[in-house]
Design a protein around this ligand. Structure first.
Ligand SMILES: [Zn+2]
Length: 484
């Protein structure tokens, strides 16, 4: 009898005693967030400056219980940024667990609000963003980096936006989105990047299945090939008109402009060598809850990839007013990358207004990185006056992308931030050694700015070049040559 009783007790404890609650905890400052990460009672799934979502073994004061059995009967919660008055219409099949003035938390899958901002919260453990190394302090321009910035071409940006806009829609699992993914992969491969298309599965309110895959392009660093600087953008688009038929979602500003910035950065930066590796990303399925960047950033965390910083590119073509400016979004825990961004801006573009804003009406892919322990920043067109046409058939060049000059400025900043971290190899100060006994196996030609030039000396324009000879044992011998 006693034995039976004990077994029964154990069974009851197993069933009820260990059930864990899904809770929200408000935070006032970064220290409180850090304390929660160090609390063994909690498994944190998501955090921002104002609160965390976590699974708690025991419920304490200060926790708001949202679901008494965490992740029971659902493998995801959706955070939808949406004004309270409109929340009811965006619940999908989900149940509202919490409604505040600017967001609703839904059990299960919910619909994205019209102005962006659905975040899927998975049963995975988040990590707090930590800078593994200090960001450099930039005090003066690097002439090589300035030269890269000067090459950002508005026609080139516009051609990419036009191409993506011409798909009409790039809904997350549509054939068009798969085609866009392939097209971006082709562009990256043509630049000589190591390209991967990362497949991933998404469970959204419009259905479940394979999303158009992420495109990941890597430019290997010469000195630290396994340490990375990352930039990214999402290529999917969304509108209710496209979803229900009768309209398109061309997604020119949101987010062909971001993809254009990433591809233009890659076009220019692949002409140079860097000490650290650079990753150029294009994600699928951002609009339904940051699924693509979550798939990539969580894999980076699992693999222990060292990432020095993440720079997001999402909406940079709608200029409100007549002064180009940048609104930077990042959590307080990622303040070091925010300071770094402003540092780069102040050195290269002292007249450009850049400010840190607290945006609580939407979200983007930098959050996936911050939630997986990396410093991520999101330079945004304007947190109060962003394009009113996003997520509608009018998200087009013209009404929605009204300034490629602004896109150009955002792309220059993207390049500056990546390049200052990745450290361009300066071929101008190589010492000249002209003799070796070893067999030469290949050679590379650079101009004085360190850009790779043609290996066919006959096609070089007149000027001075550096030729790097690589010997059979891997030694490098350089020589200056003058092409007449
Ligand atoms: Zn977007």
């Amino acid at each position: 009898m006693k034995k039976t009783f004990t077994l029964l007790t154990l069974l009851l404890i197993a069933l009820f005693g260990f059930s864990q609650s899904f809770v929200m905890i408000n935070t006032d400052n970064q220290q409180e967030t850090e304390n929660l990460f160090n609390n063994s009672n909690l498994k944190i799934h998501y955090y921002n400056d104002d609160f965390v979502f976590a699974t708690a073994e025991t419920v304490d004061d200060g926790m708001i219980v949202l679901d008494s059995e965490a992740f029971s009967g659902n493998d995801v919660y959706t955070l939808v940024y949406c004004p309270q008055t409109e929340q009811q219409s965006y619940l999908g099949d989900g149940e509202a667990l919490l409604q505040t003035t600017n967001f609703v938390l839904v059990k299960g899958i919910a619909m994205p609000y019209k102005n962006d901002g659905a975040v899927a919260i998975f049963n995975k453990e988040a990590k707090m963003a930590v800078a593994h190394r200090d960001f450099p302090v930039i005090t003066e321009e690097n002439v090589i980096i300035r030269e890269m910035m000067d090459q950002v071409n508005m026609d080139s940006l516009q051609a990419t936006v036009q191409h993506l806009q011409d798909y009409q829609n790039r809904l997350w699992n549509s054939q068009n989105a798969f085609d866009a993914s392939d097209w971006i992969a082709g562009r990256m491969a043509a630049l000589g990047l190591e390209v991967e298309q990362q497949p991933f599965y998404a469970s959204t309110w419009t259905g479940s299945g394979q999303a158009a895959p992420n495109v990941i392009g890597i430019q290997r660093g010469t000195l630290y090939p396994d340490v990375y600087v990352v930039c990214g953008s999402h290529f999917d688009s969304f509108s209710y008109e496209a979803m229900y038929g009768g309209g398109a979602c061309p997604g020119a500003d949101d987010n062909a402009t971001g993809v254009a910035s990433v591809l233009e950065s890659a076009r220019i930066m692949t002409q140079y060598e860097f000490e650290y590796s650079i990753v150029y990303c294009a994600y699928g399925c951002e609009e339904m809850g940051l699924y693509g960047s979550e798939a990539y950033a969580s894999r980076c965390q699992q693999e222990g990839m060292e990432i020095l910083g993440y720079f997001n590119n999402d909406m940079n073509g709608y200029l409100y007013g007549d002064q180009i400016h940048i609104d930077c979004i990042y959590p307080n825990t990622a303040a070091p990358i925010g300071d770094y961004y402003m540092n780069v801006g102040s050195v290269y573009f002292p007249e450009l207004p850049i400010r840190h804003v607290n945006f609580n009406q939407g979200d983007s892919d930098h959050t996936s990185f911050n939630n997986h322990g990396y410093m991520g920043i999101y330079p945004f067109e304007d947190y109060q006056n962003y394009s009113p046409n996003i997520h509608t058939p009018q998200d087009l060049i013209g009404p929605s992308v009204n300034s490629f000059e602004m896109s150009q400025q955002y792309c220059r900043m993207n390049i500056g931030c990546l390049a200052e971290l990745a450290n361009p190899v300066d071929h101008t100060d190589v010492s000249e050694i002209g003799y070796t006994d070893e067999e030469i196996v290949r050679y590379e030609v650079y101009d004085l700015m360190g850009r790779k030039a043609s290996n066919n000396v006959n096609t070089l324009e007149s000027g001075i070049y550096i030729v790097k000879y690589i010997t059979v044992s891997g030694n490098e011998i350089t020589k200056k040559i003058v092409k007449k």
